[in-house]
Ligand binder design. Structure first.
Ligand SMILES: Nc1nc2c(ncn2[C@@H]2O[C@H](COP(=O)(O)OP(=O)(O)OP(=O)(O)O)[C@@H](O)[C@H]2O)c(=O)[nH]1
Ligand SMILES: [Mg+2]
Length: 389
């Protein structure tokens, strides 16, 4: 399963986003460093379930919305110079190691300074926060490389180990291969063996770029002053109101509203049972959703999975006529795969043994065999024929 991490300065709304996305309990408060130990939960990517177009009796989606699990980590806030141990230090940067992508939560209302202390809305420029996270991550990676550098150079001289393999080993936890090391070396325009400190820093920047795709989400959009919002919109920022999403999900759980994560609107079920304060709160949320096409939380997750990670959804089935597994369950599973994946890749994702015993695959829509080298498309329904059961 893929893992998305929420990162950013303290008090920007990471845990609120996490709670809204996972509905797991975690502490939220308007001061820095509320979160110390990372929170781990399961969030969902929203896809359109193919059952609708095929008129299938599907039990795995909600009205055609299919929610596919992804891991989510909410880490402690990061302050400038965290890589030198400021704030809670850099140990939590290690939490980001396991992330496939990072959702950088930014306080788009400008109501917190760079350390997360509350200030007047609009008095801090959120764009200043966008670059700092990348810098901290680059310097964190550089710190790790620097620790190993003398040894790596010694090994490279004795030719027992190429410096590329050595670096790939150091960064194995980040999912870096020797080819990635070469690519980063070329993009940084350096020669690793003879690189100086600046060269190595550029190299580390490329390593972060390759291993940790990142998107900035402007949170707290509900309280952003209009002028600031206009500036941020011009910069192309994507917005969210995590607090709005959390309130809506709670209201939906209580039966007060009808709302599915990612919906552009919601409807109130029993208006007469709502207090004035609840009505006013919901109206504020509705205004944000109206302007941005939703609360932005589900949209941020979907953007990260689709655009940043380039994943598609594929549905494996055992019976291509019923679009089901062997027990008749329709579209029982949904897998997130890299664009360009083949039926064999899907087989390996389902189970290593199914992958090893892969014979051929059938497109359930056309009932035709598909080639081994065929690139799967988003929404494909595939039967895998394998010697393994
Ligand atoms: N208006 C508004 N406030 C929000 C929103 N999201 C979070 N907040 C508030 O921002 C404050 C900080 O929220 P947290 O979720 O604890 O922030 P955090 O980034 O996890 O903070 P640390 O754990 O300290 O790093 C709380 O008072 C939240 O209620 C939002 O979308 N709109
Ligand atoms: Mg927190």
């Amino acid at each position: 399963m893929i893992t998305l991490a929420l990162a950013g300065k303290p008090n920007c709304g990471k845990t609120t986003f996490f709670r809204a996305a996972t509905m797991a309990h975690a502490e939220i408060a308007n001061y820095p460093f509320t979160t110390i130990d990372a929170n781990f939960g399961v969030a969902y990517f929203r896809a359109e379930c193919p059952c609708r177009n095929l008129s299938l009796p599907c039990k795995k989606c909600v009205g055609g919305a299919r929610f596919i699990p992804v891991n989510m980590i909410d880490v402690a806030g990061l302050v400038p110079d965290a890589h030198k141990g400021r704030g809670l230090g850099n140990q939590f940067l290690d939490n980001l190691r396991q992330a496939d992508a990072i959702i950088h939560i930014v306080d788009a209302s400008g109501a917190t300074d760079s350390e997360g202390n509350p200030v007047e809305p609009g008095s801090h420029n959120p764009l200043d926060d966008v670059a700092f996270l990348r810098y901290e991550m680059n310097m964190w990676v550089y710190g790790i490389l620097d620790k190993h550098w003398a040894r790596l150079q010694r090994q490279a001289q004795t030719k027992t180990h190429s410096v590329h393999t050595g670096i790939a080993e150091v960064f194995a936890g980040l999912g870096i291969s020797p080819e990635d090391v070469r690519d980063a070396e070329v993009s940084a325009g350096i020669d690793l063996v003879h690189a100086d400190e600046d060269g190595l820093k550029s190299f580390c920047r490329e390593i972060v770029e390759i291993s940790k795709p990142m998107v900035a989400i402007g949170n707290k959009v509900d309280q952003a002053p209009a002028g600031l919002l206009a500036t941020l919109e011009q910069s192309g920022m994507i917005f969210a109101s995590a607090a709005g999403e959390l309130a809506l999900r709670n209201a939906a759980n209580a039966g007060m509203v009808t709302y599915l994560p990612g919906d552009p609107t919601f409807s109130i079920n029993r208006e007469d049972e709502l207090s004035q304060a609840q009505k006013a709160g919901l109206e504020k949320i509705a205004a944000v959703m109206n302007r941005f096409g939703g609360t932005g939380v589900q949209q941020a997750i979907n953007h990260t999975v689709r655009e940043l990670l380039g994943l598609i959804v594929v549905y494996p089935v055992e019976d291509e006529n019923k679009f089901s597994d062997s027990r008749g369950e329709v579209l029982p599973d949904a897998f997130l795969l890299k664009k360009g994946s083949t039926p064999r890749d899907l087989a390996y994702q389902v189970h290593t043994d199914i992958g090893k015993g892969f014979l051929y695959a059938i497109d359930a829509r056309t009932k035709m065999r598909v080639k081994d080298t065929h690139e799967l498309s988003d929404g494909d329904i595939i039967r895998i024929v394998s010697t393994a059961k």
